[in-house]
Design a protein around this ligand. Structure first.
Ligand code: HEM
Length: 343
């Protein structure tokens, strides 16, 4: 079915909103009233129509606006895209994967025509119709990874596997929750996860790395991560902290509903066929508190999660200044009824 793409902004006047249909498909990530880090990985398989799992690479009503925001970020700061020279075959793997998944999932919007190494890619929402030679970067306007991730929602890292570790050797990162590709490029799995509290001590990263080193082609895996963001801002990068950090002080009891957003990352991991690298997709979904409370079971559960969050996670996720105000605002929607595990 054709998607009605919205015109909206993730900066300045922040006109981003979810339609009622998009709220219904929001991937609310909590299956109980408390939250703690875990190795929460499951097979990334297709799910019901009308959910974010309908296709393995999800495109929604925010696609065009998100791609516009990415272009603005890259114009200001080209280092948000980087790929080390040995990653060229992984770049082509990624281009192929994203084109195939988008064309298969959304034939009204994307078409891929392959004739040997002569490929034609049609992206109707962005008005693109390009023919190129697969494997020859000079036939595209950007490097293959940059070309296709300017046309795909979410952030992307490609990690190279060697010496029993994973190395962040390429990325397109413009919608991140306060971490920097320019800082992390060339780091390994334990190094770039260095700042995360508690998870190292409880063995989460040892187990996750072991699992990923054995990830098989054709069997992608997924997990959720979440944080909160003030205003529907995609680019909450350390590079631009001066623009968004002070927003945390602007939350009042009157503006919680509109300003405070739950930010959910649906992360999928894919073994790539030629390079043996892993593509890490971080697909970001934003929903403000007014939208969240339209679903009673979410309105009941989310204040409980916030109340019981370990102090280290409150600090790491940057919630300290507005958590209490948000809990107070949400609490009027929590009638105290027990919630069912798993929903
Ligand atoms: C946070 C990258 C896979 C668990 C992060 C951060 C980065 C990152 C850059 C931010 C660290 C900072 O504060 O600077 C990646 C990449 C992965 C990957 C590229 C794929 C190869 C995983 C997996 C797990 C995991 C499989 C499973 C347990 C976490 C957790 C956090 C985190 C718990 C903290 C998030 C929060 O509280 O907001 N990751 N990660 N990561 N990562 Fe990963």
């Amino acid at each position: 079915m054709a998607i009605a793409f919205k015109q909206e902004t993730f900066r300045d006047d922040f006109s981003y909103r979810n339609s009622p249909g998009n709220i219904r498909r929001f991937p609310f990530p909590f299956d109980r009233d408390e939250y703690m880090y875990s190795v929460n990985m499951e097979p990334h398989v297709r799910g019901r129509a009308g959910t974010v799992y309908e296709n393995l690479i999800d495109v929604d009503e925010h696609y065009v606006a998100e791609m516009h925001d990415r272009a603005l970020v890259l114009k200001e700061d080209p280092l948000r895209y980087q790929a080390l020279p040995h990653m060229m075959s992984a770049q082509w793997d990624t281009l192929e994967l994203l084109m195939e998944e988008q064309a298969a999932g959304y034939p009204d919007h994307f078409t891929l025509i392959r004739n040997g190494d002569q490929w034609r890619w049609i992206n109707r929402p962005l008005g693109i119709d390009d023919s190129f030679t697969f494997g020859d970067a000079s036939t595209l306007p950007y490097e293959p990874f940059e070309y296709i991730t300017r046309q795909a929602q979410g952030d992307f890292c490609i990690v190279d596997q060697r010496d029993g570790n994973l190395w962040m050797d390429a990325g397109m990162v413009t919608t991140q929750a306060d971490w920097s590709l320019d800082f992390d490029i060339g780091m390994n799995f334990m190094e770039w996860h260095g700042p995360v509290p508690l998870a190292h001590q409880i063995g989460v990263f040892d187990r996750a790395l072991k699992f990923l080193l054995n990830l098989q082609q054709g069997k992608p895996t997924r997990r959720f991560n979440w944080t909160m963001t003030i205003n529907p801002r995609l680019d909450t990068s350390p590079e631009n902290y001066h623009k968004w950090g002070p927003d945390r002080r602007t939350v009042t009891p009157d503006n919680v509903g509109e300003k405070v957003h739950l930010r959910v990352e649906l992360q999928s991991l894919w073994r790539l066929p030629r390079s043996n690298a892993i593509l890490f997709v971080i697909r970001c979904y934003l929903m403000n508190m007014e939208e969240l409370v339209t679903v009673p079971k979410w309105a009941r559960r989310f204040p409980r999660v916030l109340k019981t969050l370990p102090p280290e996670l409150i600090d790491y996720k940057g919630l300290t200044r507005y958590r209490e105000t948000t809990i107070d605002w949400l609490s009027k929607y929590d009638d105290g009824a027990p919630t069912s595990p798993g929903i």
